[in-house]
Design a protein around this ligand. Structure first.
Ligand code: BGC
Length: 246
């Protein structure tokens, strides 16, 4: 079996599991730790090392990061410590773990997994995957090919950065009902639809398992909208797929 360890670093949690990359599924139950605060690279490396240790892992590892990643270097850090900006995360994580590490944006990883094994399978044209969590992540595909680091969560909408208005944690912090939150998401999807004309939106992140609570309130979007099929494991699976791709 071709297995890679997938680790998904988020603003709130860090989770990982070994993944069978041919089948696109976790082969052991995932382990989740809280993201250290402050989320400095050193503190996060320590958690990542701990996770690899708990799985007694000594093969290649794929790691997601909640910011722009270009050639292994983390370029932005909206929801983690600024120490990540300009860091050669691939190189440093490879040294910290003593194994080859691939680093990829978290939403791009979730998108890669959903396009291969989940809700985006065999879908052509423009597909937008959005993850709603601590921030909003985006992954854009055209005929199955990823356009990396799109960062649509930072688009400005009605005078707000979209992720400050419609991320999942905004619903919790402002105590919005699912319906109120759904209207914010709908406004955002309509904006993206105007700009990119996707045929499919895939909604990922922790909210994907509650799709029945908010999707019924979204009816003014032309494109099909579906929850991520791999739920919140898409990032872990995508991280492993990125590692397998080298
Ligand atoms: C970051 C993105 C990330 C998203 C979800 C945003 O704040 O800029 O890179 O994909 O949060 O974690």
């Amino acid at each position: 079996m071709d297995t890679y360890l997938g680790i998904d670093i988020g603003g709130t949690g860090i989770k990982g599991a070994p993944v069978d990359v041919a089948a696109g599924r976790l082969i052991q139950e995932r382990i989740r730790e809280l993201t250290p605060q402050p989320s400095t690279p050193e503190a996060v490396f320590e958690v990542v090392r701990g996770l690899a240790g708990q799985f007694a892992w000594n093969g290649p590892v794929g790691v997601t990061f909640p910011g722009v990643v270009m050639d292994g270097v983390t370029r932005t850090a909206a929801n983690v410590d600024d120490g990540w900006i300009g860091l050669d995360a691939r190189d440093q994580l490879s040294q910290a773990l003593g194994v080859p590490v691939t680093v990829v944006n978290d939403a791009d990883a979730a998108g890669i997994a959903e396009m291969r094994f989940g809700a985006g399978r065999d879908r052509r044209g423009t597909v937008l995957l959005l993850t709603f969590g601590t921030g909003i992540g985006s992954a854009q595909f055209y005929n199955g090919v990823l356009v990396p680091n799109t960062e649509f969560g930072h688009l400005e909408l009605d005078g707000h950065e979209a992720e400050h208005h419609a991320a999942a944690n905004v619903r919790e912090q402002r105590d919005l009902s699912w319906k109120q939150w759904a209207h914010r998401v709908e406004r955002y999807l309509r904006y993206l639809e105007m700009a990119f004309s996707p045929s499919l939106f895939i909604i990922g992140g922790g909210v994907s398992k509650h799709a029945d609570k908010f999707l019924p309130h979204i009816d003014k979007v032309r494109a099909e909208i579906v929850p991520a099929a791999l739920n919140n494991d898409a990032g872990i699976v995508g991280a492993a797929l990125a590692a397998a791709a080298g």
